[in-house]
Design a protein around this ligand. Structure first.
Ligand SMILES: [Zn+2]
Length: 234
């Protein structure tokens, strides 16, 4: 998929050429940008039009993904469900000495200090923090693991940031040696998180989605297409 970088955001798009008069931009439910353009418009003209439209694209992607994640991020209450790592869990909230999260079979137990047990806002914030810390911890380990596998490229360990990204799962700013991963990767199977971390790390070697870029990924993760598909469908 062709892409370009705008303000540190990697925007990927699909392009179809047709006989219509105008260039048309559409954002699909998964956040992908679909562009259809008349044949008479040159690639260079089109690139400029896409850049002019970048702000609009990012805003719309954010709106779409926000809507979707609002439905995932439901209230953290006893008896409600949540999908983590691709598995469905029933939430149970109990009170205890310390705040903690643990799993047992299909049960996700969130233990909250007694004085906050009826404070929904506090519970939400605690769980949100737990998600960010968990994703950070996992990503950090994955980065170390993949850096060893990518050692022939002599990469310096990038700065890692976890954000509530709503339109993308990750992004990379090669110039700052920085990768940004969406906290929402806590929901799909972790093999998707592995793919996104490797994808963003590979951008430190190859900023574009070139064949060379995908070759780097495939060398380490031969089943990356399958993982990407799972993520797109999530
Ligand atoms: Zn990419």
């Amino acid at each position: 998929m062709p892409s370009f970088i705008y303000n540190g955001n990697i925007i990927e798009y699909s392009l179809t050429r047709n006989a219509k008069k105008n260039v048309n931009f559409r954002i699909k439910g998964d956040g992908t940008v679909c562009i259809s353009a008349p044949k008479r418009i040159s690639n260079k003209e089109l690139q400029n039009m896409i850049k002019d439209k970048a702000e609009w694209i990012i805003t719309n992607q954010n709106n779409i993904m926000q809507k979707q994640h609002n439905s995932i991020d439901k209230k953290i209450t006893s008896g409600s469900y949540m999908i983590l790592n691709g598995n469905k869990y029933i939430i149970r909230i109990i009170s205890g000495k310390e705040n903690s999260v643990y799993f047992h079979e299909k049960l996700l137990t969130i233990q909250i200090k007694e004085k906050y047990i009826f404070n929904q806002d506090y519970i939400n914030r605690f769980f949100e923090k737990w998600i960010r810390e968990t994703i950070y911890y996992l990503c950090n380990q994955l980065i170390d693991r993949y850096l060893i596998k990518l050692n022939k490229y002599h990469l310096k360990k990038p700065e890692l940031s976890i954000r509530n990204m709503t339109s993308r799962w990750g992004s990379c700013i090669p110039a700052n040696n920085k990768i940004i991963i969406s906290k929402n990767l806590i929901y799909p199977p972790f093999k998707c998180l592995e793919y996104v971390v490797l994808h963003e790390l590979s951008h430190l070697i190859e900023p574009n989605h070139s064949q060379k870029f995908y070759n780097i990924i495939a060398e380490i993760m031969p089943d990356w297409k399958e993982r990407k598909k799972v993520l797109n469908e999530f």
